[in-house]
Design a protein around this ligand. Structure first.
Ligand code: AMP
Ligand code: MG
Length: 580
């Protein structure tokens, strides 16, 4: 058999320290006009009453039903008021009011699935002026208590100290009629005590990418935060997009995004590092109680059990990212969720030509967060989580947690093996499976074949077409076929499929089409929608959102737009950076 020297997605090495290349861009000031007041009676409703059995008639009723009370009751709130930048101690949240965006507001996109399915809102509310105001931070319910979360993080391998929500406001939590609780957050809604020298804003291009990226990931089946709406303003925001001195005026935008929880590894790290152990314990107990109901509060090993759950779930998430070719771009501990969901979409990218070294973020000079390094980075981040938990663990529990962490690699390998077997339609176990997966990846790497379309076209082609090497309609397979080992690989693969005695070819194709998307958010697709959105034409965002909501189904409008075709030539030079 042909030997395969390395296989991207099975490689997990000890993560190393690298230099900090992450930078923020900073600019203009904005006034705070949206003051918070005392907690309203509606916010004080007991939990059971917050369960909704009806639709919210307006966005106002949704906002009224937000439970602002939970976190502020559970934790001490920063005693200092206002958005002045400061070092914050002994709390987990600071009160902070959104700063309304200036100029005309335009609703660029909404997610019906989120608004109707998760927030119980009728789509007609999106026609109202109040929808624009509430979803952009232009209006807060009197008595509401928007919060900015204090967290820290390891950025590019080094402890960066206090970070926090520098441009995000937690509006409250909402329990929908299904009984699921979601935390609503605005991103780009103005300065907070954690803005450092940033302006608290997010620009159109990055907000559009977050809106589409997070929704696309959800419909690909990857755990993620969701996006409800995207509001674009006329407020000028200055950005040096590629940190080359070329400062341009862009426009501010706000995404209303939701997650079951926005707590991150960095949420615990900052408390542990500053010795605020009571608060660390309190936050951990809260997270466990709210989000890990199977862990008993009286269990003396509960922190250890919690840790093993995060290790397990993060390994799964890293494997899922790899299985769709997703590179997050900035895998710092402040961007890694304690619930192991994908959060904080920045310079992410979906890999096109298969390349383990694919780095979506041009600011990541050393490729620390390349798509092939993410599994190792997950390990690094989990090690930092363990460091944060150590003060609450006995010596024995620390040893046990280290053993748990050692198990990460196996969990990851097992998961990715299953995911790639499913991508290839392989049933049962066969000694050749590892080889089949590894050789295909190697051939893809050598030929720079498209990751998404290789698997999709293998799903769409009949076994007969594959036997005949009939790739006329399959551009990715055509690319692969130029490789000297492809014919061998294909015959090994087809023999393996033929050993699946009870499997029909049509069933294999159906299974594979259900896990191999035909459409992912390629950079050029996002870029094209951004260019239109910059001119206040949002039809492409809406089209992309619709198409990416059914990524496994062939759609006429997507085919017409060329979303499953070879990427256009102009796409080759596209870059994304941390600047957002
Ligand atoms: P990110 O890379 O977007 O995860 O951001 C890292 C940290 O910088 C977080 O604390 C952000 O809230 C903060 N940050 C990023 N951009 C800005 C900005 N324009 N204004 C204020 N804070 C920001
Ligand atoms: Mg972040």
């Amino acid at each position: 058999m042909w030997s395969v020297p390395k296989v991207l997605f099975f490689t997990v090495v000890a993560a190393t320290n690298m230099t900090i290349v992450h930078m923020l861009d900073f600019c203009q000031k904005a006034d705070s006009e949206c003051q918070s007041q005392d907690i309203s009676p509606s916010a004080l409703q007991p939990r059971a009453q917050i369960l909704n059995s009806r639709w919210n008639a307006s966005v106002l009723s949704l906002i009224q039903n937000l439970n602002h009370f939970r976190v502020s009751r559970a934790f001490p709130i920063d005693e200092v008021q206002g958005n002045a930048v400061r070092t914050v101690k002994n709390c987990i949240f600071s009160e902070s009011s959104p700063t309304p965006l200036k100029g005309r507001l335009r609703l660029a996109a909404v997610s019906k699935d989120v608004l109707e399915g998760l927030l119980d809102l009728d789509m007609s509310v999106t026609q109202s002026e109040e929808f624009l105001l509430y979803t952009s931070g232009g209006r807060c319910l009197p008595g509401s208590q928007p919060l900015a979360h204090r967290y820290g993080g390891h950025q590019f391998g080094y402890w960066a100290g206090q970070l926090g929500d520098g441009r995000a406001h937690l509006l409250g939590q909402y329990t929908n009629r299904k009984g699921d609780t979601w935390e609503l957050q605005l991103k780009g809604s103005g300065k907070t005590p954690y803005s450092r020298s940033g302006d608290g804003r997010a620009v159109v291009r990055s907000s559009l990418r977050e809106f589409l990226g997070s929704e696309a990931m959800h419909f690909l089946g990857v755990p993620t935060s969701r996006a409800a709406s995207l509001v674009v303003s006329d407020e000028p925001v200055l950005r040096d997009q590629f940190y080359d001195g070329n400062v341009k005026t862009e426009r501010g935008a706000v995404v209303l995004r939701i997650a079951k929880s926005w707590f991150r590894i960095g949420s615990l790290e900052i408390l542990s590092r500053s010795g605020e152990l009571d608060l660390l314990r309190k936050l951990l107990n809260f997270v466990i109680e709210e989000h890990f109901p199977s862990i008993q509060s009286k269990d003396s090993d509960k922190y250890l059990v919690f840790y093993s759950r995060v290790v397990n779930d993060t390994a799964h998430l890293m494997a899922q990212w790899a299985s769709v070719g997703f590179a997050h771009g900035v895998c710092n501990t402040d961007n890694f969720s304690l619930l192991s969901i994908t959060i904080d979409y920045g310079p992410f990218g979906f890999m096109e030509s298969y390349n383990p070294g694919f780095v979506p973020n041009t600011s990541d000079d050393e490729g620390r967060y390349s798509v092939g390094a993410q599994a190792s980075v997950g390990l690094f981040n989990l090690d930092k989580l363990l460091d944060a938990l150590r003060p609450l663990l006995t010596a024995g529990q620390q040893l046990a947690a280290e053993t748990v962490l050692k198990g990460y690699v196996d969990i990851y390998k097992t998961r990715i093996h299953h995911l790639f077997k499913a991508k290839l339609g392989l049933l049962g176990d066969d000694v050749e499976d590892d080889y089949i997966i590894a050789l295909l990846l190697q051939v893809m790497e050598d030929t720079q074949a498209d990751f998404t379309m290789t698997f999709r076209q293998l799903s769409e082609a009949s076994a007969q077409q594959l036997h005949k090497h009939n790739f006329t309609q399959a551009w990715a397979l055509e690319d692969l076929s130029s490789h000297g080992h492809f014919a061998d690989w294909l015959s090994t693969y087809l023999q393996r499929l033929s050993r699946q005695s009870h499997d029909k070819d049509v069933e294999r194709r159906g299974r594979m089409k259900g896990v191999n998307p035909r459409y992912v958010l390629r950079n050029w697709m996002a870029e094209s929608a951004i260019r239109e959105a910059e001119m206040n034409n949002f039809s492409e965002v809406v089209l992309l959102h619709r198409i990416l909501s059914s990524p496994f189904i062939t759609q006429t409008s997507a085919e017409e737009a060329g979303y499953a075709a070879r990427p256009p030539r102009w796409a080759q030079g596209l870059k994304v950076s941390c600047s957002s």
